[in-house]
Each structure stands twice: as C-alpha cells, then as structure tokens.
Design a protein around this ligand. Structure first.
Ligand code: GCO
Length: 443
C-alpha cells in the first residue's frame, strides 16, 4: 500500500513541512551524565511500568545520534522534532551543563548542515527530580525555574533552532502525572491536577516571552494534545457529558491561551479543587504564539454519569491500535475544524500522529500495513481539514523509531523504524518506506 492524497492536495507542495518526532527520555539513554528526573524515579517504583523497564538505555540515541541523523536524512523529511532534556543541560545550581549543551548543539549543527529544520521542544515531561522534591509543578516557583532554563538554553543555542515549543502536552504532565498518577510523578489528586496544569500554562507564558526575546526569528509556540469527545447517544444528558469531558480534558489547555480563562466547567468544582490563580496570570499565559502544535491519536466517547458527570465508554468491536486506542480518522478532521471555529489560531503543525502496532520483524522486514493504513487515513483527514479552511502547514509522524512508551515501557511500538533493543539495530518498516516515497514525490 502507498500513501495517497488527492492530486490537488496542498500537502503535495514542498511548502508543507513533513517530519518525524521523538522525545529525550524516550530515546536518549546515557543517564550517567545528566541529573535524575521524575521518570527515573517513577520507573524505579515497583508496579509503575508494565515491563519494569526504564530509560537507562532506550534507543541509546546519545551514543548513536550520528547514525540516527543519517536515518532521518534517509527518510527525506524536511524537519526533525526533538526535545531537550532539562536534567541533561542544567546543573542543580541552575547553571548550564556544558557537556549536555554540547550534545544538543552538535546535533542541531549536523541537522542544519543537512538542511533538516530543527523543531525543539523544551519540556517533554522529564522534570529534574530535585525540582520535584521541592513540589514540582505544584510549586509556582517551578514556572520561574522553567523560564530561567528556557532563557539559558535558548541563548546557548543561538540561531540553531527553526522552531521552539515550550511544552509538549501539558495535559499529560498535569492530568496523568498529578491527577490520576499513571505518569510521573505519580500523584493522584484532582486539585493537584488542576494546580499543576495552571503552573505549566503559566510557565508556558513566561517562557514565550523569553523565546520571543532570545529567538525572535524562530517559530515559537506550544504543543497540545487533543482527544475529541463524542457523546454515546443523542440524548441531552450524553451530549452534555461529552461537552463537559471536552472542557475538562481538551479545552482546559487551549482556552486560557486565547480567551484568558478556563472553561465553564470550573464553576462545577468543589472549593478544595479550585486552582490558585493569581491576578495577571491569564495575561502572562495568553502570549501571542507563532504556531500551535497539535498531537492527535484517537477520540473518546462519553455517556452521562450521575456520580462523576461523564464517563468514557469502551468502543467494543471498533478497530483499535495495539495500545487499545480506537482508529477513527474522521475525528481528526472534526477536531481541526472545530478548533478553527473556536479560536483565532495561528498556523498549525501536526506535531504528532501515529499508531502503536503489533510489529513483527520477519527476515529483516516489518510489513506494518496496519500502521501504513493509519497514516494514509489520517493524512487524508488532515487534508480534508485543510480543504475546509484550516491552516495546517506541517505534519510530524510519531515516531521516528520505536522507543520507551512511558507506562507501557518497551511493549508498545510507535516507530516507523523498528528498533531491536538488544543490538540497537534500526530497520525501516513498510510505513517508513511509504512515508519516504510520499515525501520524495512532492514538487
Ligand atoms: C505524547 C507523547 C509521546 C508518546 C505518544 C504515544 O506526546 O503523548 O509525545 O511521548 O509516546 O503520544 O503515546
């Protein structure tokens, strides 16, 4: 199978950016020359990671980065999205770690030399542990520490970076990490989830000011993830439930950026769950952004629930990926058109989209037609949104290669490149070949 878009698609133009994405903790390894982070601690806590694994080796990218740049170049992509490990580039005393900085400047220089645009995320979940020990994202001070890290690292990088994102998916850091505890640091209190979200957004706003000052020529923004919410039936109660879930899981992170407030659902909160918001916070949060990064994987369906307001239902018998997420490409189009209708959006990059599949390496080949089908359907879904007027200017496949999939450890493979973790050998899957052929066919 091939990736096929309509002949007149704007995505056939070289003006549209295609890339692949990774994140520091998921691929780097080399824990010896960085500070411990919250994911090291979480991995060391029994029962948190499905295969009891950790990030100590991962894809050994710190060691193998030159080969990995060759690999990226071989795909013909325009851009590479990576994240900076805060604990690798900063010392505990808040000064830069020259060894860590050199790793990234070498990598960025090499990518630039090869004409690959560099999309840098400053925070993809690996908070230094000593900051967590001081309250982490529950402590307002962490937002200022983040802005300071952003200031120092962007000065060190100079003009090497095409695009900066402050955060990747603040939903995951706050909700998964502090509200339900399935991600690091593993805390589980509603008030913690909401307070950490507020501090992450505050940190975003503070860092945006730094980015626009230190790196005014790069495209600066934030990456948010969305799981569009649908109602199980047309009943008023279910429609209301889906709307509440959408406010709670999705709009919570985007509305403050444009509308300087949280969604209405905040009015339903008990007093003890209300985040502390200081005067002027929304003015900091709502900095103009040059782009919005959108990560999309799946949708969720909700029904009314008298106890909790909304509860998700399992879409039994529907097609799903290997991680159990429903495959429903129409919701990608729906998401993009609905956000476009709700907010005055800047240009959009799809910063992540992809699928975990049960890959088999057979005689040196991975014939992942299922993943390829997912990509084909979702690229067409993006194209449909563009045809309806949404300004999407780029798309990144998640992920360049199989890697540490957080609480799932190494059990779930999201790469278009297969990684044998014993030998660290990389093998292009059928989806990588198809992506490369599609990209190279552009004019
Ligand atoms: C995400 C993450 C990735 C995940 C991917 C699949 O931003 O959620 O960026 O780290 O691996 O989403 O779960």
């Amino acid at each position: 199978m091939k990736i096929m878009l309509p002949a007149d698609s704007k995505m056939h133009s070289k003006a549209f950016t295609f890339g692949v994405a990774t994140a520091s903790f998921q691929i780097e390894g080399a824990v010896d020359y960085r500070l411990p982070c919250i994911w090291d601690t979480f991995c060391a806590t029994p029962g948190k990671i499905r295969d009891n694994s950790d990030g100590s080796q991962a894809c050994e990218h710190v060691k193998l980065w030159r080969e990995d740049v060759d690999l990226i170049e071989s795909l013909g992509v325009d851009a590479y999205r990576l994240s900076i490990s805060w604990p690798r580039v900063m010392h505990k005393d808040g000064s830069l770690n020259p060894q860590g900085v050199a790793f990234y400047t070498d990598l960025l220089d090499e990518l630039n030399r090869r004409g690959i645009k560099t999309f840098v995320t400053l925070y993809h979940w690996d908070l230094p542990q000593h900051i967590e020990d001081n309250g982490g994202w529950l402590n307002r001070e962490t937002a200022y520490l983040f802005a300071d890290y952003a200031d120092k690292i962007t000065q060190a990088f100079g003009d090497r970076v095409y695009s900066y994102a402050t955060f990747n998916e603040p939903f995951c850091s706050s909700y998964l990490g502090y509200e339900i505890g399935v991600h690091a640091p593993g805390l589980a209190t509603k008030a913690f989830g909401r307070q950490s979200a507020h501090h992450l957004l505050l940190a975003h706003g503070l860092a945006m000011k730094v980015l626009q000052k230190n790196s005014p020529n790069s495209q600066n923004g934030i990456v948010l993830n969305f799981t569009p919410c649908y109602s199980a039936t047309d009943s008023a109660a279910d429609v209301e439930a889906a709307s509440k879930a959408d406010q709670y899981f999705n709009q919570w992170y985007i509305k403050p950026l444009f509308d300087r407030c949280y969604p209405e659902i905040i009015n339903d909160f008990a007093t003890e769950d209300m985040p502390v918001i200081e005067q002027g916070d929304f003015d900091i949060i709502a900095q103009p952004i040059d782009f919005l990064g959108i990560n999309f994987y799946t949708r969720a369906v909700y029904k009314a629930d008298p106890a909790t307001g909304f509860s998700q239902i399992d879409m039994v018998d529907k097609p799903k990926t290997d991680i159990g997420w429903e495959i429903y490409p129409q919701s990608f189009t729906d998401l993009l058109t609905s956000l476009h209708a709700l907010y005055p959006l800047p240009p959009i990059y799809i910063t992540e989209n992809g699928a975990a599949m049960d890959d088999k390496l057979i005689e040196g080949k991975v014939d992942d037609q299922d993943r390829l089908e997912y990509y084909n359907a979702h690229l067409n879904a993006v194209n449909n949104a563009i045809e309806q007027g949404v300004n999407v200017v780029g798309y990144f496949a998640w992920s360049l290669m199989d890697n540490f999939e957080w609480a799932e450890g190494y059990l779930k493979r999201f790469g278009i490149v297969y990684v044998d973790y014993e030998t660290q050998k990389r093998t292009l899957k059928a989806s990588a070949h198809a992506y490369r052929d599609f990209i190279n066919a552009r004019k």
